[in-house]
Design a protein around this ligand. Structure first.
Ligand SMILES: [Zn+2]
Length: 329
């Protein structure tokens, strides 16, 4: 990795990258350039680039570093994603997320045209139009996405690789409510929940990424963790802002590390099903978090409920708050 990064930086000097992205600067001294900071709003230039050291420093916002650091800050990407976005050999990743973005936007447009999809959302207790828009919730009717994306110039092969269509050329997501899953600014996957019964949910191939909407809660000292996106949506709608979702009771490494990255209390709010699998998963997770110094509390919903059904059947903010307060260590 280190060698790759050095090679990358030699190939793309910081100044060249900035100019390519329309940064206007004037030279000051032999090795320095100054211009307006691309990372914060200012009217007097305080962003300096030293071409000999190949680094930047802004006296306005105090940010500084090398090319990778700049890409991280300006595009909200992780170190690894920044390296990938700069490396032409890994660059196809970039058009992957562009296609997923177009697919998600297409699905979003379909939602309002499909009464059966809106009905389903209402039955699951999700009705706030602002929240639906914020989360990018859409509907995949099936049978129309491939035509749309190929007309936009995306090759069949790419759609197949992304899992948006199957080998026979049919749309992979069919009669499903969809939620785009983002990491940083980029869509990395799409979750689809069937509005019928068979095969309740699925993802596109590839990882589910980190915790859902983690950026919104990463600085919260108390976080409510749920296992499903419909649980997430109703809690947000009820007024809880400190919610995140692991998309299943098994957390991947990225998700687990995110929960551990600061001091906080995590309220594990998994389904309470008859076979106790949600509660067993919560117990194990609480233990693992405890080992990493994170305090975890298990929220006990009434038997047979998940947060979604709790709200759908009339539960409200105060009742849920009471459950959080009664949560077990
Ligand atoms: Zn700045």
């Amino acid at each position: 990795m280190d060698e790759d990064v050095e090679r990358l930086k030699r190939r793309t000097p910081l100044l060249e990258y900035l100019r390519h992205n329309n940064w206007a600067a004037r030279p000051v001294g032999r090795f320095e350039y100054v211009g307006l900071c691309p990372l914060h709003k200012e009217s007097q230039p305080s962003f300096y680039v030293n071409v000999r050291k190949d680094v930047f420093y802004c006296h306005g916002c105090g940010q500084g570093g090398d090319l990778i650091r700049f890409v991280q800050l300006s595009r909200g990407l992780s170190f690894r994603q920044s390296v990938a976005s700069l490396d032409p050999e890994i660059a196809p990743e970039a058009d992957h997320s562009a296609v997923l973005e177009e697919a998600a936007a297409f699905y979003q447009q379909q939602l309002d045209r499909c009464p059966e999809a809106l009905d389903y959302l209402r039955r699951r207790g999700v009705h706030d139009p602002a929240l639906i828009r914020e989360l990018g919730i859409g509907y995949a009717p099936g049978g129309t996405l491939r035509r749309y994306l190929t007309a936009q110039g995306h090759p069949f092969d790419l759609l197949l690789r992304l899992g948006l269509i199957n080998t026979r050329g049919a749309d992979a997501l069919y009669q499903r409510i969809v939620f785009p899953l983002q990491q940083g600014e980029h869509i990395v996957n799409i979750y689809g929940r069937s509005i019928g019964t068979a095969f309740a949910h699925r993802f596109l191939p590839g990882g589910k990424g980190g915790l859902y909407a983690w950026e919104k809660v990463r600085n919260c000292s108390e976080v409510v963790l749920v296992e499903g996106l419909f649980d997430y949506a109703v809690l947000r709608q009820a007024g809880f802002s400190n919610v995140t979702c692991s998309l299943g009771t098994h957390l991947n490494d990225i998700q687990f590390r995110q929960l551990c990255e600061g001091e906080r209390t995590v309220y594990l709010t998994f389904d309470v099903d008859r076979n106790q699998s949600g509660q067993r998963a919560a117990e194990q997770l609480a233990h693992r978090l405890g080992v990493h110094g994170i305090s975890a509390r298990r929220v006990l919903l009434p038997e047979g409920h998940d947060p979604n059904s709790f709200f759908v059947q009339g539960g409200d903010l105060h009742q849920f708050q009471a459950l959080l307060e009664a949560a077990q260590l």
